[in-house]
Design a protein around this ligand. Structure first.
Ligand SMILES: [Zn+2]
Length: 601
């Protein structure tokens, strides 16, 4: 039997883990009434729609629909399974979960991710020891020394060395009795294309372990020490590693970034180490990939300003263009600056020559993505009349990616200031391109007024004041709801309520449970919205609301019947008319309905 965590442990952990505290570690939250608002860590956005409700211990994003409780958040944020998330939080709040005994549980029953992480951890130790202690590592040690990397950085970042032979790591794991197909799955060894067996992926390279935010080794990067190619070799994507979501050194940089409110993103391992070495610890590096939206999301979660550091214009331009693509996809990814170091300098040489104060000063003056592109265009074309026109032309494509009118007009103003060409003339030039972007949205079709508002209030009431649900059931209120979506939500609420009652669960969890269980995004949104906008409900108030609703329902039916009666009269449909009049009587004074035939005619 696979090991399962006891349910009472799960709820113990849940009540010991404060959702606000946990989310605050990775998302900047601002108080707003009973809730807290921040930029969603799961999708790119400019205005906060990510809501945390401490009262309900739930979170919800109105932009992308992610929502749930503290476990859901950790699962999503850290890429964990449910049991992993439970263990993660247990560790934080120092609750011990009884462990399974490894002897009893067979290998395939332990989560594969855990095994891969364990293999990585072992490999890291092998590589690190090789660098620090062995004769094989002497060459690498002196290389790193020449590059000015001191011992504390080597140990802090657990840097290692892979020797030149093809089978060292393979032998290590096979002696250990580890299944080699799993070592292969961890990306450390490669199956031979002919014959049997495996060989080591990393050979004669300095090894940089890559950690996730839980300080687990998820992958490795290897750098050659001479001019051979490829200069860098990284682990392939594995079940525990995705390079578009990982940043080198981020586990260490995290708290520094939060303090500084900004983060430097370097291009490679060595650049990052130089930055740390010079006391610029709020820095991280991408892993041989351009900045992705996941990276930005990760970074935006902890600080507002992202400064991309490059050692050449070309790399800077590429990155800036890439960023405008992100703008196209996701409105505005935020304050992203491009810092290009003077020609011939990389972060290391620059910091050695000018020091960290100069670096920070240069960073403070760094251009935003669009200003940087304007600058580059001016450098390229000059400021002759023809040059200016070219600059304007060249900015057309990046500008077309901006859906935010305010940002767009500020960029246009900047182009105008820097070229001396009138703002309105530039506007005019861009107009067709800009125009084609703005799709004309048809006016919202009028929703059915008061009635719908009433039904929404009833749903909100059920979500926020679950004590009233039995009364709602008793009154058969749900059957009378006219909006199909709201009706279906009401049915879900009742089903969830019944189930929770059976297991005598705490009803405060009802909204977050519902959000988690619902896969339809419109439903999710409505449930979250009404759970979050919490008001003080009292039983009397609820009863009154239900009475009012019933009265309104009645008026509505009466109106409807009157219309139908009129139509039936006009078309001389006697039989229908009889039926409608009967219905009418039934609705208006049910006790006399039986006598109707005599009284009317
Ligand atoms: Zn979101």
């Amino acid at each position: 039997m696979p090991y399962t965590i006891p349910a009472e442990k799960i709820s113990e952990i849940k009540y010991a883990s404060d959702i606000l505290e946990i989310i605050s570690e990775s998302v900047v939250l601002k108080k707003s009434g009973r809730n807290y608002l921040g930029l969603c860590p799961f999708h790119s956005e400019k205005t906060p729609s990510f809501t945390v409700t401490p009262d309900k211990q739930m979170f919800y994003c109105f932009g992308c629909g992610e929502g749930g409780n503290v476990f859901t958040f950790i699962m999503k944020q850290e890429g964990l399974t449910f049991p992993e998330a439970v263990r993660f939080l247990a560790g934080r709040c120092r609750i011990t979960i009884p462990e399974y005994s490894k002897g009893v549980v067979s290998e395939n029953q332990i989560n594969e991710r855990d095994i891969l992480l364990q293999i990585n951890q072992q490999a890291m130790t092998v590589y690190h020891d090789m660098l620090i202690k062995s004769d094989d590592g002497a060459g690498a040690r002196s290389y790193l020394e020449r590059r000015g990397i001191p011992a504390n950085i080597l140990t802090g970042f657990k840097i290692g060395y892979a020797p030149p032979d093809w089978g060292r790591l393979t032998q290590y794991f096979s002696r250990l009795g580890t299944a080699l197909n799993l070592v292969e799955k961890a990306g450390l060894i490669v199956r031979r294309s002919s014959g049997n067996g495996y060989y080591d992926r990393f050979r004669d390279r300095v090894i940089f372990p890559i950690f996730n935010s839980r300080h687990q080794v998820i992958a490795f990067g290897g750098r050659v020490m001479d001019t051979s190619l490829p200069k860098y070799l990284n682990s392939p994507e594995t079940p525990v590693y995705s390079k578009s979501k990982s940043l080198y050194g981020f586990d260490i940089a995290r708290s520094f970034c939060r303090q500084a409110g900004e983060v430097f993103v370097a291009e490679g391992y060595m650049d990052l180490l130089s930055l740390h070495l010079h006391g610029i610890q709020n820095s991280t590096a991408t892993l041989g990939t351009a900045m992705t939206e996941e990276h930005i999301r990760l970074l935006k979660g902890i600080c507002d300003k992202i400064i991309l550091v490059f050692d050449s214009d070309q790399a800077g331009i590429k990155a800036a263009q890439r960023c405008t693509e992100l703008f196209r996809l996701h409105h505005q990814p935020g304050d992203i600056r491009i810092l290009v170091l003077p020609e011939g300098e990389d972060p290391d040489t620059y910091l050695q020559k000018y020091g960290s104060a100069a670096f920070r000063k240069a960073a403070a003056d760094a251009y935003g993505v669009f200003s940087f592109l304007v600058d580059i265009a001016i450098q390229k074309h000059g400021l002759s009349l023809e040059g200016k026109l070219r600059v304007i032309q060249e900015m057309e494509a990046p500008l077309s990616s901006l859906s935010d009118a305010v940002v767009r007009s500020s960029v246009i103003r900047e182009i105008s200031e820097r070229t001396g060409i009138d703002e309105s003339a530039i506007q005019e030039k861009y107009r067709p391109a800009i125009h084609s972007r703005s799709t004309s949205k048809p006016l919202d079709t009028r929703t059915s007024d008061d009635h719908l508002r009433f039904e929404k209030r009833l749903i909100a009431m059920m979500l926020q004041f679950s004590e009233i649900i039995p009364e709602v059931i008793e009154r058969k209120l749900i059957e009378t709801l006219s909006d199909p979506l709201l009706k279906s939500i009401a049915m879900d609420i009742v089903a969830c309520f019944d189930r929770m009652k059976q297991f005598s669960e705490h009803m405060d969890d009802l909204p977050s449970l519902l959000v988690m269980e619902t896969d339809q995004i419109e439903k999710k949104k409505i449930i979250a919205e009404y759970s979050i906008q919490r008001e003080e409900w009292r039983r009397e108030g609820c009863l009154k609301l239900m009475d009012q609703y019933a009265a309104m329902q009645k008026r509505r039916r009466v109106r409807l019947l009157q219309q139908k009666i009129k139509a039936a009269e006009e078309s001389h449909d006697d039989r229908l008319l009889q039926q409608l009049l009967k219905d009418f009587q039934m609705v208006t004074c049910p006790q006399e309905a039986g006598d109707y035939g005599k009284t009317v005619r």
